[in-house]
Design a protein around this ligand. Structure first.
Ligand code: HEM
Length: 405
């Protein structure tokens, strides 16, 4: 093996000339060494996986790969959420079976495909209120704080049962959860956990309620989960429901507006198409720091064998721009022949629980925006926008849009 590059040397910020695609260096890795050895901060050698088929091999096999940071060999360097807090120890995204199945089953009911459409009227009302705020601000307006981050925040708080009076606090805590704190201060995940623990203590338990915190509290009282497991689950759903959807909407919208003809075609349709939503999700793949796994026994990935204890860090964004699966991946092409082959929601048993809710929010959010504001355009070139968070959730800080008022 050649001397592996340090994990933190892998370029994360795409170049300003193509801010929505993976950095060119990632394309080179995928072509030349799709399972690349990388040196972690603690000296461990893990493997960075960029090819679509290899990412699926790692994420699709929950018998031979573990998602738990407690398993020896799990790559911990720069792990979102760290490794010591409540979230990391109990979150469903970080546990293996049989616990994963038990914990996921307990929360999944309102996120099933047949349940999610019941939120259509609520999401439409939320989007309309946010649009009113954008209109009131006047052209040009930054739609990140007023619209793209606001819709997911209002929606997930309603779905979870976070009282309206605490929503702004929930949004602030969710968006800053991963920001490192000075020593001695409460970790962001633990702070969000305590905030939710307090809400749970005051909410009524109701096993038949569609409100997440109410039915989780009923499960807690029935002895089906511990309070820490409940809190960690609530932290994940609240946080996951915020930033990923918000940034998919902001990045996707910005990408579409870089092509005025594409924008006009999408805006002219009676409703924002499901295909365009899916292409936004494929293109942006906002989770950039994983998912990560560790081999529980000898495994084969992309034709090579690796011993038990080998760590893998997958890149969903790189996989989604793999030209072997998506022809001309840098083109934004709604309706491309991919089924749902993109991996933005991950693959296998940890596949995103909120994906149907996210799709509905994106559809209604984009439709309301594109139909509500005529002749929408970027107020500055995409190359001048500022992007953040190459290691965690990738996103855009401000998105100033102009329209014909
Ligand atoms: C476009 C928006 C979204 C994207 C791109 C996204 C992406 C992902 C990804 C990649 C994972 C797997 C992470 C891993 O294995 O490490 C995941 C898991 C998860 N997501 Fe999402 N997500 C989105 C929206 C949401 C929403 C709205 C919710 C809230 C309901 C949500 C809740 C969850 C939960 C609970 C898991 C853990 C599932 C498990 O481990 O079984 N996500 N998501």
């Amino acid at each position: 093996m050649h001397n592996p590059m340090a994990f933190n040397e892998i370029p994360r910020q795409p170049g300003q000339d193509r801010p929505f695609q993976p950095p060119v260096e990632i394309d080179t890795l995928r072509r030349e060494e799709p399972v690349t050895p990388v040196r972690m901060k603690d000296g461990q050698i893990a493997y960075f996986v960029t090819k679509h088929s290899a990412v699926k091999e790692v994420l699709g096999d929950n018998k031979r790969f573990s998602a738990s940071p407690a398993t020896p060999g799990f790559p911990l360097d720069n792990l979102i959420g760290g490794n010591t807090n409540l979230f990391s120890r109990f979150s469903i995204v970080r546990v293996d079976n049989p616990n994963h199945a038990r914990l996921r089953r307990a929360v999944q009911a309102p996120f099933r495909p047949r349940e999610v459409p019941k939120h259509t009227a609520m999401i439409t009302e939320v989007a309309q209120q946010c649009l009113d705020d954008v209109r009131a601000a006047g052209s040009p307006a930054d739609i990140v704080p007023l619209y793209t981050s606001e819709i997911p925040s209002r929606v997930i708080c309603k779905v979870m049962g976070v009282p309206e009076s605490l929503r702004k606090e929930a949004k602030k805590l969710s968006w800053t959860v991963g920001v490192p704190r000075p020593a001695g201060q409460l970790d962001g995940y633990d702070e969000l956990g305590e905030f939710l623990r307090d809400i749970v203590r005051h909410i009524d338990a109701d096993a038949n309620s569609p409100v997440v915190l109410s039915f989780l509290k009923a499960a807690l009282e029935a002895g089906e989960m511990s309070e820490d497991e409940l809190v960690a689950k609530a932290v994940l759903v609240l946080q996951a429901g915020h930033e990923t959807t918000a940034q998919t909407m902001a990045l996707g919208c910005a990408r579409i507006l870089t092509e005025p003809d594409l924008y006009r075609a999408l805006a002219a349709e009676p409703e924002f198409s499901d295909d365009a939503v899916e292409e936004m999700i494929r293109y942006t793949a906002t989770i950039r720091g994983g998912p990560r796994r560790v081999a529980l026994e000898e495994v084969t990935v992309d034709g090579k064998t690796y011993p038990a204890g080998t760590g893998f860090i997958t890149s969903l964004h790189a996989a989604n721009h793999d030209p072997d699966v998506f022809e001309n991946p840098g083109a934004f092409k709604p309706g491309r022949d991919m089924g749902r082959a993109h991996l933005s929601f991950s693959f296998g048993m940890h596949q995103c629980l909120g994906q149907f809710l996210a799709r509905l929010e994106l559809k209604i959010g984009m439709q309301t925006l594109f139909h509500g504001l005529p002749e929408l355009r970027l107020d500055r070139p995409a190359s001048e926008l500022s992007f953040h968070g190459g290691a965690g959730v990738y996103g855009i800080d401000t998105l100033p849009l102009a329209w014909k008022s």
